[in-house]
Design a protein around this ligand. Structure first.
Ligand code: AR6
Length: 204
């Protein structure tokens, strides 16, 4: 029922293609990136990221799924954290989840067009989640598509902020992480990540 890290293939950069790349190849990052299509609550890894709200007391979407599987002890620990600012991240245990930790982050809510503030906040979610992971010696981390559900961030824009922020963090801290997994739930998001990954993690 649970999915171990060894069962999740690393994304291998492929040469060729006519897309202009945004970044140069960094061979230290080979084997450190994955796309996983499925339920984040099944991943038996060091840390999964939760797309939470400012209260950290649970909700719908991926947050609801995580609390359901983790059980009431997670809610109890979350109550002791006194909420979380948008763009920040806080860590708890995983309780009934196969993951050791849950890193709770709060994405921006988008009304209408995405502004600089929302973009910066979304990038902060990814960066602060990775920082929290490495501070707690978590070497494998999975992200859901933060803010792109109930919070209304257009997924085709969010994917670029997610990939750019992870690329930049890994460039600086590749020694602290073994794997960063983009856990996509919807077929549309799987396609977005597959199409855009080569721009941020090119083969050459
Ligand atoms: N595993 C992986 N991804 C999932 C799962 C799952 N089990 N379930 C849903 N997703 P959302 P947000 C995907 O709405 O937009 C909550 O009420 C989903 O398809 O969960 O950041 C919180 O308490 C989408 O791609 O998060 C907040 O109030 C992605 O997860 C609010 O929702 C994020 O969708 C946060 O909204």
């Amino acid at each position: 029922k649970f999915v171990q890290l060894s069962e999740i293939p690393a994304w291998t950069p492929t040469a060729g293609g006519s897309e202009p790349t945004l970044y140069q190849r960094n061979e230290k990052l080979d084997q450190k990136i994955s796309i996983y299509n499925g339920d984040i609550t099944t991943l038996e890894i060091d840390a999964i990221v939760n797309a939470a709200n400012n209260t950290l007391l649970g909700g719908g979407g991926v947050d609801g799924a995580i609390h359901r599987v983790a059980g009431p002890m997670l809610k109890k620990e979350c109550e002791s954290l006194h909420g979380c600012e948008t763009g920040e991240a806080k860590i708890t245990g995983g309780y009934g989840l196969p993951a050791k930790y849950v890193i709770h982050t709060v994405g921006p809510i988008v009304h209408g067009r995405v502004g600089e503030q929302e973009k910066t906040a979304l990038r902060s979610c990814y960066k602060n989640s990775l920082k929290t992971a490495t501070e707690n010696a978590a070497r494998s981390v999975a992200f859901p598509c933060i803010s792109t559900g109930i919070y209304g961030y257009p997924p085709e824009q969010a994917v670029h902020e997610a990939l750019a922020t992870v690329r930049e963090y890994l460039d600086a801290h590749h020694d602290k992480l073994d794997r960063v997994i983009f856990c996509v739930f919807l077929p549309k998001d799987k396609k977005e990540y597959e199409q855009n990954l080569p721009l941020y993690f090119p083969a050459a």
